[in-house]
Design a protein around this ligand. Structure first.
Ligand SMILES: Nc1ncnc2c1ncn2[C@@H]1O[C@H](COP(=O)(O)OP(=O)(O)O)[C@@H](O)[C@H]1O
Ligand SMILES: [Mg+2]
Length: 263
């Protein structure tokens, strides 16, 4: 569905994403893993057309190049995509129902009765039916994530991007959220790209894994390939050994994520 050729992104002297060649296959869950600062969010934002590439191309369906498309062309194509940001980014002044309905109110002229049916179906799908009157401040982290999923899915996108869907959640909520992503993928044949530093959750839901280290793709394959890899860098990452050959963190404060959270 997406074919990436020589895609890179620099911030000044920092090569956040080194030239990468990647395929995102239709109806699969592709998981991008790596330590903090390894370029996961930047790569995800490039793929979603939210970040300008420094080089390379991103082909959608082999015919639209997202790296050099007009704003209006991109706007059209983004109707087919959904995005779940790391900090859920719910609108604090709107309740659960209004948050999920928001993209429909913004982009469609549908009747409120139709919108209501669609919102209720999505809330049902993510296990949040009955909570539509709660405000974001009344939700737990896991509930907020599920509302954010419902909002990203409300327009029935073909392709959904998730940034750190389980970060900041307790282990049980994280498990619920991971299995929800997995189940949505199977039920709706969604194409999803999930960024995570959570190795177990990532390997569990991935059809394909891309492992990043300091902006470079150091491994690509199925969860099984990654689990059985004998590359010491890959082993260090999946075994969570901080004393191996690679310093996995480049930067502890990816500041644009903090900016995104304010949206
Ligand atoms: N807008 C930006 N301006 C400058 N540097 C940035 C910007 N966004 C990300 N970076 C830097 O690029 C690197 C990769 O960041 P990021 O993609 O957020 O990593 P990850 O999501 O894997 O933690 C980090 O060193 C980060 O500080
Ligand atoms: Mg990130």
């Amino acid at each position: 569905m997406l074919r990436v050729e020589n895609l890179s992104r620099r911030f000044g002297d920092l090569l956040a994403v080194a030239p990468a060649n990647i395929h995102i296959r239709r109806h699969q869950t592709t998981v991008i893993m790596g330590g903090s600062g390894s370029g996961k969010t930047t790569l995800l934002r490039l793929l979603a057309g939210l970040e300008q590439a420094s080089s390379g191309h991103i082909w959608l369906d082999g015919k639209h190049d997202l790296s050099c498309i007009s704003q209006s062309g991109l706007y059209q194509l983004r109707q087919r995509m959904g995005m779940v940001f790391q900090y859920s980014a719910l609108l604090n002044s709107l309740n659960v129902y209004e948050n999920v309905a928001f993209p429909l109110h913004e982009h469609t002229q549908l009747d409120e009765s139709v919108i209501r049916t669609m919102v209720m179906m999505k809330l049902e799908q993510v296990g949040m039916r009955g909570f539509e009157h709660l405000m974001p401040s009344e939700l737990s982290g896991g509930m907020a994530k599920r509302v954010a999923f419902a909002r990203a899915l409300i327009t029935d996108p073909e392709l959904v991007f998730f940034d750190e869907p389980t970060s900041g959640l307790d282990p049980i909520s994280a498990g619920v959220v991971s299995s929800l992503i997995h189940r949505l993928g199977q039920q709706t044949r969604l194409t999803s790209v999930v960024v995570t530093h959570d190795v177990e959750a990532g390997l569990r839901i991935a059809d394909k894994v891309i492992l990043l280290w300091q902006g470079h793709v150091i491994a690509e394959g199925t969860a099984e390939d990654i689990r059985h890899s004998d590359d010491p860098r890959v082993r260090q990452f999946i075994e969570g050994n901080p004393d191996g050959p690679i310093p996995f963190s480049r930067n502890e404060t990816p500041f644009h994520e903090a900016l995104m959270a304010g949206l």
